[in-house]
Design a protein around this ligand. Structure first.
Ligand code: BGC
Length: 722
């Protein structure tokens, strides 16, 4: 049960000066200062655009020190820090806040704990392929234990931005293209991070992001505009945020993008009418980094002052990193452009989360000893391994080449195979490369006879002495994540050349893909005998990949994002509308002249070392909805886990509907030959949609229900709804 702190909040707020109130809304990070006169961000830009070399950048960074703005802190001008991930620094700053500021209000420490803190688990996109809410919660729990031990109070996660365009770099940070999966994933993460009582020392507030529809940026370009119908927004993009709010998430971050012309940062329809009004959210709203000031670039605010006015009026509580509120709010309140009561609401939201976290009673929720004892425990590593194994998706396995025999001689190629630091993927800022197990290390530890070449230089010699050739290719971690959109999501030319040369030797080729997004890999699909999609799996990557390669683990992951057959198909996603002329063989249908209609690998797809059959699909209806009952049989010779997926289609509705919509899923374990009856629930609520006037209406008529192991391979029955 959430406790009520409104009385304490009001009493404290009434003691605060205007400056102290504004100070509570200020979140900053440590700045880097050194033998350079520009800001760290500018220095980075200078390196990226070639004004200084990488060596010069590194030399300058060697001189850098962190400035924590202690003077501002003492003066009550800082309410929160972002990016401090060690107990010593956090407690030192907290001591200043508690002992040296006039009112002693504790600080709130936020940090991007996206997929693990020190025990880095698979990137969210990878982990979503496990389709396992219990696992998602478990990895969030260990992340919270480690991060809170390091002084973190709030993580900027989960990201539940539905992402249908593989070009967007941040597809790596969420659960893929489906609205239901993102909802279930987000709710599990919120539970895992926050636990059942935010005041417990290992509970971490979750800050849901990026509200809203950040994943729908035009053409997959980061930060880009979002222009969409209200129906689409409500049906395909907003539900995951709503689900997490219903699950009790305590903070939210508005997105960088605009929606239909109004940036989310200053969008009062979004932040007041929907979030607080319709959904009843009473938590903290924190801007994205520098987003308030960037409203000037959007062309919707005259200057920072105007941006601050619009943001606070729209309901933005806390300013991350732009210094807009701290510079401008005082004057805005003093001259009456912003009512003090508006400011008070924002202050209350900040104080509320601090009370809920128990910071007034226990401002130091950790210490260095706990920090040391908590990191990277054996049991956490075991969970990281389990998560990594379950995230792997087997895309191709011609003639059952896999699993490999342990006495087969392996030739392994590609720099990624041995690069420990690359195993973690994007957004693993608390990671230590030394914690990671690379594929080459794991081969060595298993005692496999292997030869390794990073670039394929002695390829022919290695190939002649090997039984199997493994190419480890894909993307470096810098190629996905924020500001890492790609216009061309094919393999890099050197990776393709490597696979081509390996194939030319006539030895069987296994491709292991390490990447943060779906890639367009039609040539690879032609050339390699087996393909393992291993994403960026975290510290246990090498062990997990070998467990799958050698059959200790039967792969069970299924894609949560469609793999296009070619880049030009993007955005490619399964839940598209049919059009009046569905794409087909004949000329005047909805398709491209030079690309297939279908993707390379469909949503929900993933092979196993066994096979499954689906039969006997039937329904039972009750007041709450429909029970879909199906029998699934393991028809192969190995035990395995199958992710059973249920889709519907509304063939005749008041608005055009997607060709398929995922409505329910579950994972089951089956011994060889075993059959199980599985029950999947579709609630009535899940059979509603929006009409033209934005009313939510029930679907009536014949519903098609599809059940299977991916969106394309299903059995189907019709169900009459009235
Ligand atoms: C990202 C957020 C992140 C924030 C704080 C921003 O650039 O968009 O997702 O939480 O930085 O580090």
């Amino acid at each position: 049960m959430k406790k009520n702190y409104e009385k304490q909040i009001k009493e404290l707020r009434e003691k605060m000066t205007l400056e102290e109130k504004i100070g509570q809304l200020q979140q900053c990070g440590p700045s880097l200062v050194g033998a350079f006169e520009v800001s760290f961000e500018e220095l980075l830009n200078m390196m990226f655009d070639g004004r200084i070399s990488q060596e010069e950048f590194e030399r300058l960074m060697g001189t850098a020190e962190q400035d924590f703005h202690e003077e501002d802190l003492r003066a009550g001008r800082i309410g929160s820090y972002n990016g401090i991930g060690d107990a010593g620094t956090a407690n030192r700053l907290q001591k200043i806040a508690v002992e040296e500021t006039r009112l002693g209000i504790p600080l709130l420490f936020g940090y991007d704990v996206i997929h693990g803190f020190r025990t880095v688990t698979p990137i969210p996109l990878a982990e979503s392929c496990a389709w396992e809410p219990g696992l998602w919660e478990k990895t969030a729990r260990i992340a919270a234990k480690e991060a809170t031990a390091a002084g973190v109070h709030m993580t900027f996660a989960p990201m539940v931005d539905v992402a249908k365009d593989a070009r967007w770099g941040r597809v790596s940070e969420g659960a893929g293209e489906d609205v239901l999966l993102n909802s279930v994933y987000g709710v599990s993460k919120v539970k895992g991070f926050q636990g059942d009582d935010l005041s417990k020392e290992d509970a971490m507030a979750a800050c849901l992001k990026h509200f809203a529809a950040y994943g729908a940026g035009e053409a997959g370009r980061d930060y880009n505009r979002v222009d969409m119908s209200m129906q689409r927004l409500w049906e395909e993009y907003l539900p995951p945020y709503k689900a997490c709010i219903d699950a009790g998430v305590r903070a939210i971050m508005p997105a960088f993008n605009d929606i239909n012309g109004i940036p989310c940062t200053v969008n009062s329809w979004l932040l007041r009418d929907i979030l607080r009004g319709k959904w009843g959210f009473d938590g903290l709203v924190v801007s994205d980094s520098n987003a308030i000031a960037e409203c000037v670039n959007h062309g919707i605010a005259e200057d920072k002052r105007d941006a601050s006015r619009q943001a606070i009026l729209a309901g933005m509580d806390m300013d991350m990193s732009s210094n807009s509120y701290i510079e401008c709010l005082k004057e805005l309140v003093e001259n009456g452009e912003v009512e003090e009561s508006v400011l008070d609401e924002a202050v209350d939201d900040v104080l509320r989360i601090k009370f809920e976290l128990g910071l007034f009673d226990r401002p130091y929720r950790t210490n260095e000893e706990r920090e040391q004892q908590t990191m990277l425990k054996e049991e956490y590593r075991a969970i990281a391994l389990e998560a990594a194994e379950k995230s792997i998706v087997l895309l191709k396995n011609e003639e059952n080449l896999l699993p490999l025999k342990s006495d087969a001689k392996v030739g392994i190629f590609g720099a990624l195979a041995a690069d420990k630091g690359q195993m973690t993927g994007a957004w693993a800022i608390g990671a230590n490369p030394d914690d990671c197990v690379s594929i080459v290390e794991a081969l060595k530890a298993r005692g496999i006879s292997y030869q390794y070449s990073t670039d394929g230089s002695n390829l022919l010699e290695i190939a002649s002495e090997s039984d199997i050739l493994v190419a480890v290719i894909g993307e470096r971690k810098e190629e996905s994540g924020e500001a890492a959109s790609r216009a061309d999501i094919t393999l890099h030319s050197e990776d393709l050349a490597l696979v081509r040369n390996l194939q030319a030797t006539s030895k069987p080729v296994v491709a292991v893909l390490l990447n943060g997004r779906p890639l367009a890999i039609p040539e690879l699909d032609q050339m390699a005998s087996a393909i393992i999609e291993a994403w960026h799996l975290g510290i246990e990557a090498g062990n997990a990949i070998l467990n799958v390669l050698y059959g200790d683990v039967n792969p069970s992951g299924k894609l949560t994002t469609t793999f296009p057959a070619t880049v030009g198909q993007c955005p490619m996603y399964y839940a598209h509308m049919n059009t009046g002329r569905p794409g087909g063989k004949s000329k005047f249908t909805s398709k491209y002249l030079d690309a297939p209609v279908d993707p390379l690998y469909p949503f929900g797809y993933g092979l196993s070392y066994t096979t499954y059959a689906y039969e006997d699909l039937k329904f039972e209806k009750d007041e709450d909805g429909v029970h879909v009952i199906v029998t699934v049989r393991n028809t192969g010779e190995r035990a395995g886990e199958e992710i059973v997926q249920c889709y519907t289609q509304m063939p005749y509705a008041k608005r055009v509907r997607p060709v398929r919509e995922l409505k329910s899923f579950t994972k089951i374990a089956l011994e060889p030959g075993e059959a199980k009856q599985v029950e999947l629930k579709i609630t009535n609520d899940n059979l509603e949609y929006y009409d033209w006037e934005m009313n939510r209406i029930p679907y009536e008529g014949k519903l098609k229900v599809y059940v299977g192991g991916n969106v394309q391979d299903t059995i189907v029955e019709e169900l009459a709804l009235s």
